[in-house]
Write a protein that binds this ligand. Sequence first.
Ligand code: HEC
Ligand code: HEC
Length: 336
Amino acid sequence: MRPTFNFMIFLKYSIILFLWFSVLFSTQVNAKDSLFETSVSFFSPLPQSMPGSDKDSPEQITLGNKLYFETSLSVNRTQSCNSCHNISNNAAGVDNLQTSIGALGKVGLRNAPTTWNAGMHVAQFWDGRAKDLEEQASFPIFNPDEMAMPSEIEVVSRLKKINYFPDFKKAYPNEAHPINLQNISNALASFQRTLITRDRFDEYLSGRIDAIDSDEKRGLEVFISKGCVACHNGSLLGGQLFMKMGLVHSYPNKKDRGVAQVTGNPADNYFFKVPSLRNILNTAPYFHDGAAASIDKAILDTGWHQLGIRLNKKDVADIKVFFQTLNNKLQNLSRK
Ligand code: HEC
Ligand code: HEC
């Protein structure tokens, strides 16, 4: 897909090495009382608004919100985006299934990632095959394992029949034929750019040191000192790199080759996007194949496969306690 991909992987490995050294260095230098200083060197709070959202009008966001819940976007009118990325009443944007089930009952191959904060990832999907939310939006609509619509013509004619014209006209006032795939994708993306989680870890990173308690701080320290932070860093604790699943000890499920299926390059075998860990306690099961049913197993397994370490029960429990600080606090959103 991208000609510079190999170089990118090289670059990413170098970044990982660099991060490793900084982890080692900072945990030694700052052993005593500067967990906060160390933390802000790896993580940053989520921004108030999502990059690119300045161009989204309120009318586009409202239309996108309506389309997100629109079951007419699936072949038998049973499924909307929200069926697999449930955000009703502040839900976590997932279906909590091992792998998703499409409108026609087909069981998909991958676990549904959350739509919260997705617009801040470096690319979309576990293998990054869509560059942004706009490009991503049309995939599920036409995917035979998901919403399974036959064509753009069918999508447009359905939306016309259920009287979407006024909503599209308000959102795209200068266009004579505003109901088209490009605008559907843009509206869905505009709406999803409003999905930013808020949590106590951000309050901590913004300087309210007591926003997380001493047990959670111990967990944060374990997360940093064990090296998880080499891949899970930045404002999303992930979402920025592609890394091999099974970097140190190979991953048993060899069916899905991840990025290699997109690039055709064996060097990309089993590379997946490093997931964001925001709101992670609410998005089980875990991994691209949903193989880890619990967070304890996901923590234990990543320790083994990505870092080559056997975490003991206490480490796992500590890291899990830290993850509480990443729970989305937003309540009572006025969404269906
Ligand atoms: C049948 C369940 C299903 C439906 C319906 C569905 N999705 Fe998804 N979605 C998934 C799965 C599974 C993935 C991961 C697929 C992959 O990586 O190959 C995904 C990935 C995504 C991602 C990428 C997130 C990331 O972190 O990479 C976004 C954004 C998204 N979907 C938005 C939508 C929107 C918008 C709709 C409605 C137009 C929609 N989805 C409909 C199951 C679904
Ligand atoms: C070398 C990079 C790397 C390191 C180091 C790493 N991870 Fe990950 N992590 C990944 C990748 C890649 C995935 C996605 C793997 C997949 O689904 O196939 C992942 C997935 C996860 C998941 C599941 C997320 C989800 O939404 O499914 C959790 C939880 C997690 N890691 C926690 C940790 C913890 C805790 C540590 C430290 C013990 C750690 N990771 C170290 C790269 C890394």
